[in-house]
Design a protein around this ligand. Sequence first.
Ligand code: SAH
Length: 354
Amino acid sequence: MTPLCAHLKAQIARTGPISVAEFMATCLLHPEHGYYSTGHPIGRRGDFVTAPEISQMFGEMLGLALAQSWMDQGAPEACALVELGPGKGTLMADVLRTIRAVPGFAEAVQVHLVEASPSLKAAQHQALQGTPAQWHDTVDTLPGDLPVFLIANEFFDALPIRQFQRAENGWRERQIGLHEAELSFGLSAPAPLAALDHRLDDTKPGDLVETCPAAHPILQTIGARIEANGGAALIFDYGDWRSLGDTLQAIRKHETVHPLSAPGDTDLTAHVDFEALVRDLPCAHSRLSTQGVVLERLGITQRAQSLAEGLDAEALENHIAAHRRLTHPGEMGTVFKSIALFPSRGAPPPGYEQ
Ligand code: SAH
């Protein structure tokens, strides 16, 4: 039994079942035993591989999209370059290297990283190799008076979700309790829930829907700053326009395992409901596209061809596989989606459609 499993069992025995959100938050961010607090989960040797760990081309395309957006908005002399949940820091390092080729942009940006895990903060510090940066625990302390150019890859899927099963007369919340002294899923008594009224039209009794209460305030803060000061946000994650069904997933060493099997030792994620993410935003948002389409529009294939020129047999094979993995429909190309935020008086960043 993991230390966190013992902690959760004792807590539930004392105070009763907990929501899926509380379970996820504890498993991922418990200061001592949480998944992101303890180890280095990302990369080939970790539990999962993310797009920037697959190829530098991912960060290069995002860097160029942000740089073009900065130029389209009159090349402001000072702005914040922000990443939410930077993991090992690879994506920000690739973006910074890319934007050095754009006159004025690298000099204009202050780097701000929003990261909850102390051990990943240390990894990011190392990846940035001396580039000055400020770390934040939440978006609330980001500078309020600068244009914001923001990237977030696989950040929103790590935020805790609540799950509700539709009943005849209301919704039952899925909870984690104890059954024969083991952690097990159960359901609360049904209750009406105004926040899910809009799901009464597309669900029937028995269906399960998810909400992500932490995402909305984060996007309200970012959206308000983009609208007031300018900037853009490029958000990549797996999910869809609207979620339906149980998408809570636990991954360990690249394999799917039961979410209750090893609390604190597995990565827990849920698909992102992009419709809920951008609801009531104070700024404009693009249409939702697939990751493959956005990367193609940004020129990843031309970049892949030019990088391929200097490679020998094995490196070339890996490079071709990485391009395929990022863009191909059978791989990350369609499961991952992307949406951009931008000021309502402006146009979407390159790669995105209004
Ligand atoms: N963007 C990176 C890592 C994705 S993993 C990549 O593409 O490789 C999710 C990241 O979000 C980790 O850095 C994790 O520590 C961070 N994170 C998760 N929940 C968070 C929260 N509530 N606040 C801030 N950071 C969080």
